[in-house]
Design a protein around this ligand. Structure first.
Ligand code: SF4
Length: 78
Protein backbone atom coordinates (compact mmCIF):
# COMPACT_ATOMS: atom_id res chain seq x y z
CA UNK A 1 0.00 0.00 0.00
CA UNK A 2 1.18 3.49 -0.79
CA UNK A 3 0.85 6.89 0.82
CA UNK A 4 0.26 7.69 4.44
CA UNK A 5 -3.29 8.11 5.70
CA UNK A 6 -4.85 10.93 7.65
CA UNK A 7 -7.18 9.59 10.35
CA UNK A 8 -10.14 11.48 11.79
CA UNK A 9 -12.88 10.57 14.24
CA UNK A 10 -16.04 12.68 14.16
CA UNK A 11 -16.69 13.07 17.84
CA UNK A 12 -20.19 14.40 17.20
CA UNK A 13 -21.00 11.02 15.68
CA UNK A 14 -18.93 8.56 17.77
CA UNK A 15 -21.09 6.66 20.25
CA UNK A 16 -18.15 5.19 22.15
CA UNK A 17 -18.78 1.57 21.23
CA UNK A 18 -15.07 0.84 21.48
CA UNK A 19 -15.16 -1.29 18.35
CA UNK A 20 -12.30 0.62 16.74
CA UNK A 21 -10.14 0.25 19.84
CA UNK A 22 -10.75 -3.50 19.83
CA UNK A 23 -9.96 -3.80 16.12
CA UNK A 24 -6.98 -1.43 16.06
CA UNK A 25 -5.63 -0.76 19.56
CA UNK A 26 -2.53 0.85 18.06
CA UNK A 27 -4.69 3.24 16.07
CA UNK A 28 -7.40 4.40 18.44
CA UNK A 29 -8.03 5.02 22.14
CA UNK A 30 -11.11 6.00 24.12
CA UNK A 31 -10.79 9.19 26.14
CA UNK A 32 -12.34 9.89 29.52
CA UNK A 33 -15.60 10.83 27.80
CA UNK A 34 -15.58 7.35 26.19
CA UNK A 35 -15.09 8.81 22.78
CA UNK A 36 -12.55 7.56 20.31
CA UNK A 37 -9.50 9.51 19.25
CA UNK A 38 -6.88 8.50 16.72
CA UNK A 39 -3.61 7.87 18.52
CA UNK A 40 -1.94 9.85 15.75
CA UNK A 41 -3.33 12.04 12.99
CA UNK A 42 -1.33 10.10 10.43
CA UNK A 43 -0.53 6.45 9.91
CA UNK A 44 1.06 4.23 7.36
CA UNK A 45 -1.64 2.25 5.57
CA UNK A 46 -2.81 -0.33 8.08
CA UNK A 47 -5.37 -3.07 7.55
CA UNK A 48 -6.46 -2.89 11.18
CA UNK A 49 -7.15 0.85 10.96
CA UNK A 50 -9.12 0.23 7.77
CA UNK A 51 -11.02 -2.60 9.47
CA UNK A 52 -11.82 -0.24 12.35
CA UNK A 53 -13.18 2.39 9.97
CA UNK A 54 -15.24 -0.24 8.17
CA UNK A 55 -16.45 -1.70 11.46
CA UNK A 56 -17.52 1.52 13.13
CA UNK A 57 -21.28 1.17 13.58
CA UNK A 58 -21.91 4.87 12.93
CA UNK A 59 -19.20 5.53 10.31
CA UNK A 60 -17.48 8.09 12.50
CA UNK A 61 -14.01 7.29 11.17
CA UNK A 62 -12.72 8.92 8.00
CA UNK A 63 -9.48 7.95 6.28
CA UNK A 64 -7.97 10.10 3.56
CA UNK A 65 -4.63 10.15 1.82
CA UNK A 66 -2.39 12.52 3.77
CA UNK A 67 -0.97 13.77 0.51
CA UNK A 68 -3.87 15.10 -1.56
CA UNK A 69 -6.85 14.18 0.60
CA UNK A 70 -8.27 11.48 -1.64
CA UNK A 71 -10.79 9.36 0.26
CA UNK A 72 -9.67 5.94 1.48
CA UNK A 73 -12.69 5.23 3.66
CA UNK A 74 -15.50 5.73 3.09
CA UNK A 75 -14.62 5.25 -0.56
CA UNK A 76 -15.77 7.84 -3.03
CA UNK A 77 -19.09 6.88 -4.57
CA UNK A 78 -18.87 6.32 -8.29
S1 SF4 B 1 -16.06 2.27 16.49
FE1 SF4 B 1 -16.91 4.27 15.92
S2 SF4 B 1 -18.49 4.68 17.44
FE2 SF4 B 1 -17.20 3.05 18.27
S3 SF4 B 1 -15.67 4.13 19.52
FE3 SF4 B 1 -14.80 3.85 17.46
S4 SF4 B 1 -15.30 5.75 16.36
FE4 SF4 B 1 -16.62 5.64 18.15
Amino acid sequence: MGDRWHVEVDRAVCIGSGMCVNLAPDGFALDTARQSRPRAAGTDPDERVLAAAEGCPVEAITLTLADGGEPVFPPREE
